[in-house]
Design a protein. Structure first.
Length: 321
């Protein structure tokens, strides 16, 4: 279901000779949330935006998931306003995959939805991340690491220390597989299946790792083209270079989950190409196929003490892409 200004969508489909594709349908929306729109505009003024219409389709059950490459803050705010949060979840979180040296993904959250977090929020992120990995990767008890400036329990700020205490208590009860504190390099080692942090730190880590990956690729390409001998080496090592490029390609890990909502919403990078957007759609499909929403809801109900947190307050302070 393609949501947006109908004339623009039809023109683009015609350009790709897909105007009559039997599996595509067009849902018209008269407005568009731009990357520069404040949250108030997205929430209050543009009620017929493509983003709002698409999320309403999920709420009404017409669609099982929404995939958007739009304004991240607006997407989170509108999703939270329309869908509301799962009982027991105070704040939704953005979760994505980061490649590691085991040629498998490290799931990391939060990546920008919540700049300032309390221990109970990070605790909820860990539970939601565990349910996500359990559903999609078929790991009954995935390992959870808490991002810190050191592995020792005495390190870190009070929020991290208190969160660690909550996660250790869950581990002792057999409810969660808490590995302990992890450091930044553990993300790429694949030390744990899941890494939990607040949205400010997570967003910085994500953007830095993506930038590093593109820098390494660019630097290698420049060096291989610098002289004939290096060019010959590139030809000889072509297979290894292609494999390395595939592993490090951020597009393979595109498609972040907005966890904690009463509906499946996935965020694609706004600048992704067709290959990257395809991966975002695949992740949304897999989440719906494995009934991710029901699994997270069940996990929160079983594991999270119901203390009456704020369920559907105003949209959180979000880091914009």
């Amino acid at each position: 279901m393609l949501v947006g200004p109908e004339e623009l969508i039809r023109a683009e489909l015609a350009r790709h000779r897909a105007a009559d594709h039997p599996r595509l349908s067009i849902i018209n929306a008269t407005e568009v949330v731009t990357m520069d729109d404040p949250l108030e505009v997205a929430l209050r003024r543009k009620k017929d935006s493509s983003m709002r219409v698409a999320i309403n389709l999920v709420k009404d059950g017409a669609a099982q998931a929404c995939v958007s490459a739009g304004n991240t803050g607006a997407l989170m705010a509108v999703s939270r306003y329309v869908l509301k949060t799962i009982p027991g979840v105070d704040r939704p979180a953005i979760c994505t995959l980061i490649p590691n040296q085991k040629d498998a993904p490290t799931y990391m959250l939060d990546l920008g939805a919540n700049v300032d977090c309390e221990p109970q929020h990070l605790h909820q992120f860990a539970l939601m991340g565990s349910a996500l990995v359990s559903a999609l990767d078929e790991k009954p008890m995935p390992t959870v690491g808490l991002l810190n400036i050191g592995e020792e329990d005495i390190k870190g700020n009070e929020v991290v220390k208190q969160t660690a205490a909550l996660l250790r208590a869950d581990h002792e009860r057999g409810l969660l597989n808490f590995y302990g504190n992890v450091e930044g390099n553990d993300i790429f080692k694949g030390t744990t299946d899941i890494v939990v942090c607040d949205g400010f730190v997570g967003n910085v880590v994500l953007k830095a790792s993506e930038g590093l990956g593109r820098f390494v690729k660019s630097a290698l390409t420049a060096e291989f083209k610098s002289n004939p001998l290096n060019m010959l080496g590139a030809i000889i090592a072509r297979g290894a270079i292609k494999s390395f490029s595939r592993r490090m390609n951020p597009s393979r890990y595109n498609g972040a989950s907005l966890l904690g909502l009463r509906g499946l919403v996935f965020k694609s990078h706004g600048g992704e190409d067709a290959y990257g957007f395809e991966w975002a759609i695949k992740r949304a499909y897999e989440a719906a196929k494995h009934d991710l929403l029901a699994r997270i809801t069940t996990a929160i109900a079983e594991l999270m003490p119901q203390e009456g947190g704020v369920q559907a307050a105003a949209a959180p302070n979000a880091v914009q892409n």
